[in-house]
Design a protein around this ligand. Sequence first.
Ligand code: GAL
Length: 814
Amino acid sequence: MKIYSLKSTLIIFFLFTVTFTSFAQNRTEQLLTDGWKFLKGKNEASFAKDFNDRAWKTVTVPHDWAIEGPFDKEIDKQMVAIVQNGESKPSEKTGRTGALPYIGEAWYRNTFSLPASAKNKQIILQFDGAMSEPKVYLNGVKVGEWNYGYNYFYIDITDHVLAGQKNVLAVHLSNQPKSSRWYPGAGLYRNVRLITKNKENIEQWGVSITTPEVNKDFAKVNIKTKLSAPGTKLITRILDGQGKLVATDTAKTYFGNEADQNIKLLNPNLWSPETPNLYTAISGLYDGNKLLDEVTTRFGVRSISYVAGTGFSLNGKVRKFKGVCLHHDLGPLGTAVNVAALRRQLMILKDMGCDAIRSSHNMPSLEQLELCDELGFMFLAETFDEWAKPKVENGYHRFFQQDAEKDIVNLVKATRNHPCIVMWSSGNEVPDQFGAEGVKRAKWLQEIFHREDPTRPVTVGMDQVKATMASGFGALLDIPGLNYRVHLYDEAYKAFPQGMLLGSETASTVSSRGIYKFPVVQAKNKTYPDFQSSSYDLECCDWSNVPDDDFVMQDDKPWVIGEFVWTGFDYLGEPTPYDESWPSRSSYFGMCDLAGIPKDRYYLYRSRWNTEKPTLHLLPHWNWEGREGQTTPVFIYTNYESAELFLNGKSLGVQKKNKATPQNRYRLMWMDVKYEPGTLKVVAYDQNGKAVAEETKTTAGKPYRIVLDPDRKQLTADGKDISFVTATVVDKDGNPCPTANNRLGFEVKGDGIFKAVCNGDATSLEMFDKPTMKLFSGKLVILVQSTHKQGSMVLKVKGKSLISGTVEISAQKQ
Ligand code: GAL
């Protein structure tokens, strides 16, 4: 994260037990990372107090207590009918929440010391999220609690903190069974921050920056700043992306305790996914010349508009969202937030041409928003998967009435300055879509958003389209969001008065990386004995559709403002269509698998979305021993209009995109290819029939050698940074072996550690933190992490009868 880089007034420490030596700074912010003690399973009142926790496990936060497993079919086994999936009879669901031990109670304890002068300070403790129902104790006294595990909240601990002494912080967490539809993770999975500042200060989340006027010559920047002390002076300086001072303003207008500044920025560098330009506002609070407090806020200059008939515009240019939905887990890391893992996901999505993310179905991490600002992704920030009516027995409905408002308020206050956020969502497929009460709830929630942030519209992901047309639910939303239901787009567009529709959730096509099934036919809810789904990308659920059906809507209906595909990456839990099959514990919906390796589908989207670089992707693999002479269709995902396929030098003809079916429009398909080993070659042609690109796939021989490909070879020596190393097994000639399933072992020497491994197989019960795993479709990804020591590490990957692979990765102090 980069937010706190400016000036020495804002400093982040990473210490075991945090001790302040001086209060020279007017404000400090520390991440409470190290030295946490953790115990799962027991709950005693003494745990909140000064208690000897030496025997407890030492962990660093962010921490997900359940990701080490083991996977177990019995965990959170649910006899339910998933009504949203159209089921009416209950059946046994095994991997629904990932089959990882997230249920139960746990305690986290830590200590920090403050100097005697702290008695004159305001002290705030912020949790960026805690799974779940955190109850926070300081020196034995309960100082705060929050029910929703996904939200950010802070507690003013000024009156409870012991200045000049050691403070004991204890957090109790509790996860109910049947509380989620996916793997929610467990524990202090996001950052915990300790903030000290003078009593005369800028309030926590007290700065709000908007850009009500944006054009190429100038922008009007409105900054509202909530101050704890009237009679002080607020000076705001604005720096551009290079750190150059571009504006200074002393606040003249105050409304109550809020300063209101309107600042003119000349020739602004606008923020967009293609040009993620950022500015920094430094708000300085003064008593005369004495600096009392200083807050640094990053923001972007950009305008958004949603207009009937025209759709969505960013900075005056109409565009459609090329978005993906993401759950919050990071595969083998579980839910413990990690910047390197989040950045890698976004880089993979960027190359696909994706420009937007929907945080389904809850508040995103602050780190993810920072990265989306920096790397250029628009963001649809969502709140809830449930309102007052349940989807799961112990879901958010337990808290809705009492908490929904404060949950929305915290989401908006904590994240509103991120230029990436262009829309809010107050819910996903809530059962409250039925009934008059639901309409009232939709209005209530939308009005809370409007009150807190008048600049962004609100949507709801609706699956009960007919009901929401009939009740007025859909009509009252700022933006009607449709989940799937492409067959209802026209009808909904006519019925709703907004003059536009968003594909808030689309596709839900299922596939397993590198697995292909025959015959190649479109199918719904298709299952196979090996619990895998076919990568010909023609299989989906009975409520969903294949990608091409969405493409038709996006391309042919100007009033469709874009789509958020379910999902960019596979996630833990929800193993549809194998909800009832064990072992199956993670999703099949991703364009990339759980290890982050692109599946074929990734290239189908890339061929549409990446308008900068060409795509020419050929499938399936060409190792079909035993299928000689049998029909083995070949698909090409490409932005080129036509291509010719050759098998062992013989032309199998030219295919050209056409509108006969949605598939013909977006894929090139040779349906009658008879398999013979050798080389498949595709040659792409431009409009003039000129050959412009080619791609080949060759039948591989026996697995021979391990090839390693790290996403980064230089890490930061901060004990958190991670390199993701893809291991591929190749034959003697270097051809990838697409069906290899060899067991590999991993060893890291030097200044780094083996962190985790993942092969993307939704049916694997091997644990992510053990230094061995079998390949899945010839590949897996190893995660190696830096320590706090500068230096280099060597990862060695071995496998029986294989030539080992090694790679060196260095780590530098920042
Ligand atoms: C949607 C739902 C998602 C996920 C998806 C699977 O209806 O909003 O959370 O369950 O289905 O297709």
